[in-house]
Ligand binder design. Structure first.
Ligand SMILES: [Zn+2]
Length: 146
């Protein structure tokens, strides 16, 4: 027999291995992109919370610089993480991520659908028990990380 079965089998295994590696690359890439999207959503929440905090402080003519600083710190570190994750992607993959709107499909920001603010979200600060917004990263009263 001229057919070299061992050679053939080797080739076959090679292809299987290649296929496996391609699949791993794909999931790794997908994971990084998912992480970026996660972080972008987190970033938006933090920015929104900071905005709400600054607004309520200004409105009440109060100051809480340590808490504002905490938000600025966390926003900075999320931005850094996004930059690092993006650096590990190719420009095409990064552009793919850019094209996805992390807020897509969440109607919570549509002004017309704003719920009356009568009921609190039911979350309380584990440190001081103050009622906190469901999106809040820190307690507005004691500054504990939530
Ligand atoms: Zn608290």
């Amino acid at each position: 027999m001229a057919m070299d079965l061992n050679k053939l089998r080797e080739k076959g295994l090679e292809y299987v291995e290649m296929g496996k590696n391609a699949a791993i690359d794909l999931t790794e890439k997908g994971k990084t992109q998912a992480k970026i999207l996660n972080n972008q959503a987190k970033l938006m929440r933090a920015q929104r919370q900071l905005g709400a905090l600054v607004y309520s402080l200004a409105k009440g003519n109060e100051e809480n610089q340590p808490l504002v600083d905490k938000y600025i710190d966390i926003i900075g570190s999320i931005e850094q993480e996004i930059a690092q994750l993006k650096a590990s992607l190719t420009p095409a993959e990064a552009a793919e991520v850019e094209s996805i709107d992390p807020e897509e499909g969440s109607p919570e920001d549509v002004m017309e659908q704003q719920e009356p603010q009568a009921e609190p979200s039911g979350t309380c600060c584990p440190q001081c028990g103050a009622p906190v917004d469901g999106d809040a990263l820190f307690c507005n009263r004691c500054g504990a990380q939530l």
